[in-house]
Design a binder for this molecule. Structure first.
Ligand code: SF4
Ligand code: SF4
Length: 377
């Protein structure tokens, strides 16, 4: 793990956790000062305090983006969690690795539970559970058509849907396959892929993460190393790391080349906006695209004119943060939603986790969707 924080403080104001507490020990810089010396097993702090601080991170990667030394505090904290685990990490692994098929049913039962009878500390978890069942399909208001002048690469494509879409929003995968077919791509069977493992990395559950990575790369090889279409910024971010951390040689280079955002595969689309279009809509930029690397925004700006980007505030999803500190996670979501103009009550995004998190936190009258929800073909 790379170390050597210069204590420049650049990471303070981009960290959504620091924004909530305004105390330096909660910032990436503060955590680095306290945790970088842990290398040899010694800690300047009581272990319970170290473990507590290591859990306060949304894994957004904003600190690494601005750090001149490219230090990833999310990775440092994941390492600390991995060597000094907390029970919530095992719960998160169970939730991701084994409970996925039960998410909609659990969400249904959660929806029967009134907020008023739920103890305060559980309310934010309940809100998230209530967002799990897929809502009734709204009326899409962007009809997409392939531009006949654009030629399509004949390499077969496999959709990487990710665990959120597979378990809670199957419509996203189905719509992606429909779009690819309409564009003339050959879409392969994607049902054998599992979670990308990114959220398990963040939780410090490395063994489970490695198992997911091995399974996904084996599926890709069995399918003949096709292009991989991802419609979730967080999945894309995590899959991109396979080229550096999981695969080697030619496979690593080919994986890197094959991984493609869905929006890139649909580039040049012709869009017809229907009268169901909301008056004003905002765009939530997922942190996992990085500060300047949003791969969906140019496509969305083309097909949805007048799309207003929000103030670039992290949604607070943070994977295991939902277990370790659900209230902090929800406070971050509230801050994100509050950063949009009050007139933009329809918010689009391109990350499955952001869409679920912001849907769970959205006040009455505000709706949050993955952009796939509003397009039809
Ligand atoms: S990854 Fe995000 S939440 Fe975690 S320390 Fe860095 S900026 Fe803060
Ligand atoms: S930006 Fe990097 S070097 Fe500067 S304080 Fe933060 S972690 Fe340390």
């Amino acid at each position: 793990m790379k170390r050597g924080c210069t204590q420049c403080g650049e990471c303070l104001n981009v960290c959504p956790v620091y924004q909530q507490y305004k105390r330096e020990q909660y910032s990436p810089k503060g955590k680095r000062i306290l945790m970088e010396p842990i290398d040899n097993g010694d800690s300047p702090l009581p272990w319970e305090r170290v473990k507590f601080l290591s859990r306060l991170c949304a894994g957004c990667g904003r600190c690494k983006d601005v750090c001149a030394r490219k230090l990833s505090t999310a990775d440092l904290l994941a390492d600390v969690r991995s060597t000094h685990p907390h029970w919530t990490q095992y719960m998160w692994e169970l939730w991701i690795s084994h409970m996925g098929p039960f998410w909609p049913a659990l969400g249904f039962f959660a929806s029967l539970t009134p907020d008023a009878v739920t103890p305060g500390p559980l309310r934010s978890s309940l809100a998230m559970a209530k967002a799990l069942p897929a809502p009734k399909e709204g009326k899409p208001w962007v009809v997409l058509k392939k531009n006949p002048a654009v030629t399509v690469d004949p390499t077969p494509v496999v959709v990487f849907a990710g665990c959120t879409a597979n378990n809670a929003r199957p419509l996203w995968r189905a719509k992606t396959e429909k779009l690819l077919k309409a564009w003339g791509y050959t879409a392969l069977d994607s049902s054998s892929f599992v979670c990308c493992g990114g959220t398990l990395h963040h939780a410090g559950q490395y063994k489970a993460m490695h198992a997911m990575q091995e399974k996904n790369t084996a599926v890709w090889k069995e399918l003949g190393r096709p292009r991989i279409a991802a419609f979730c910024a967080s999945c894309h971010h995590s899959l991109a790391e396979y080229a550096e951390k999981v695969l080697q040689g030619e496979d690593a280079a080919l994986w890197k080349k094959s991984l493609t955002p869905l929006s890139t595969l649909l580039a040049g689309a012709q869009a017809e906006i229907t009268p169901d279009k909301p008056a004003e809509y905002g765009y939530h930029h997922p942190c996992h695209w990085g500060a300047n690397g949003d791969r969906d925004q140019p496509f969305l700006a083309d097909i949805v004119p007048g799309l207003k980007k929000g103030a670039d505030v992290c949604c607070g999803m943070g994977g295991v943060l939902k277990m370790t500190d659900p209230d902090l996670s929800m406070r971050m979501a509230d801050a994100c939603l509050a950063s949009f103009p009050s007139s933009a009550r329809d918010i689009l995004t391109g990350c499955s986790g952001c869409a679920m998190q912001l849907s769970a936190a959205a006040p009455k009258g505000t709706s949050v969707h993955h952009w796939l929800d509003v397009v039809s073909v």
